[in-house]
Write a protein that binds this ligand. Structure first.
Ligand code: CS2
Length: 415
């Protein structure tokens, strides 16, 4: 069973408790539509208000794994302290170690989680007995890297209505997803026997998660972020509405094939790209562009700069990413091309909007200010002259002619 933990908001946990942890999942794509009711969730708590229960759950003798899906910005010292408290109790009770598996879209997510937890021990107020805790974690616990891939948009009222129709009862926690799923995880577990268990359920257990991670982050998530920003600025509400436009589909196809694929270690990238384009077009997934544009400042660093740097190293064109970065700057205006206002939902919203505010009167200075941000682009790419020139060019086109015309121009310029 799964003991589900919401980090802050009680609404989902409350809805699930009222339904005994049961909820409907619509699995729908070109292959058909089916409903499932997973029954694995048996307890639910909110970490912010029920901390003791969460710590006790981590420390419970029956607990074998903690998986984390807390989004890019969720890897905070507070998360580390929460995990650490549970781990400390396990150690003191003489219990076995556990596997802590990050499932977030971060490169080397297991390494990042492990570093975060260990850094939380090595603080100035470290208790002397925590020296043992550190070595207990190193020897008994495991932090495998993993790549999880399944598109699961936030539920819409459409999905809730379809669920109540299919089930014949109200379900406030139903979800819609695609048939495709892929979980690749590093063969590094507190209990080595878990490898065979996962494999028997269709999970790929391997020593090399890296090549799957980088392909997914740069191809799927990189395209997602580009389309999300394009959709937000042009007023197209869903990923499927973006990929349904021939010029955007060609743009995304070329972004992946020309600028991302050359730097991947995964060799079956062409099949992967084509499968992604089909998944993006799934008409059942009303995947909001504003949902994906949320926290862009936390997502872009994993998704775009590695490909751009790869292109720069080879002296190759980076036009598609430069146009996407230009659209990101345009997005910070908070109003689409039809005059419709939208909110930037991002921990960096204030600083991004401050950078972008004057872009109509001082476009070049605004591009430079955005591209100077090391937290977004990394030290190697921020302020890079060739990149700055191309983003400045596409930003001018976007402001003068609009995003669609800029994309068309890019497609013609390099057939
Ligand atoms: C999306 C991902 O919201 C986002 O940033 O790019 O949640 C994406 O849908 C998943 O990674 C698909 O596996």
């Amino acid at each position: 069973g799964i003991h589900g933990v919401g980090m802050t908001r009680p609404d989902l946990v409350n809805a699930l408790r009222a339904q005994d942890g049961l909820y409907a999942v619509r699995v729908a794509d070109g292959q058909g539509v089916k409903w499932q009711v997973p029954g694995a969730l048996w307890r639910m708590h909110v970490a912010a208000t029920e901390r003791d229960e969460v710590v006790q759950a981590i420390a419970a003798p029956s607990t074998r794994w903690v998986t984390l899906t807390v989004t890019e910005k969720g890897y905070t010292p507070a998360l580390a302290q929460l995990l650490l408290e549970g781990l400390r109790q396990r150690q003191q009770a003489g219990l076995p170690g556990i596997t802590l598996a990050s499932c977030d879209n971060l490169q080397g997510n297991g390494h990042q989680l492990q570093a975060l937890v260990k850094a939380a021990i090595a603080t100035p107020d470290t208790r002397p007995q925590d020296a043992n805790l550190l070595s207990w974690i190193d020897t008994r616990c495991a932090f495998p890297c993993s790549m999880v891939d399944r598109i699961v948009p936030a539920a819409t009222t459409d999905v809730l209505a379809a669920a109540s129709l299919a089930l014949g009862l109200r379900d406030d926690a139903s979800l819609s997803t695609e048939g495709f799923w892929e979980w690749v995880i590093e063969d590094r577990f507190a209990d080595p026997a878990d490898a065979a268990l996962l494999q028997s359920a269709g999970v790929r257990v391997t020593a090399d998660v890296h090549s799957y991670e980088e392909a997914k982050l740069r191809m799927l998530n990189g395209s997602h972020s580009a389309m999300a920003l394009i959709g937000a600025v042009t007023g197209r509400p869903f990923i499927a509405s973006c990929i349904g436009e021939p010029h955007i589909r060609r743009f995304v196809h070329r972004l992946m094939g020309r600028e991302v694929a050359p730097h991947l270690s995964r060799s079956d990238w062409a099949d992967y790209r084509d499968a992604l384009i089909a998944r993006f077009g799934n008409p059942y997934l009303k995947h909001s562009v504003h949902q994906i544009a949320t926290d862009s400042s936390q997502k872009i660093p994993q998704r775009w700069p590695p490909s751009v740097l790869g292109q720069i190293a080879q002296g190759a064109a980076l036009e598609h990413h430069a146009l996407a970065a230009a659209v990101f700057l345009r997005y910070t205006l908070g109003v689409d091309e039809h005059g419709q206002a939208y909110a930037l939902n991002d921990p960096q919203a204030d600083s991004l909007m401050a950078i972008g505010a004057a872009q109509r009167s001082e476009p070049e200075a605004c591009v430079r200010a955005l591209l100077a941000r090391e937290d977004l682009w990394g030290s190697a790419l921020s302020d890079h002259p060739a990149w700055t020139v191309r983003v400045t060019h596409w930003h001018q086109q976007v402001l003068q002619h609009g995003v669609d015309a800029a994309i068309q121009q890019l497609l013609q310029q390099e057939p």
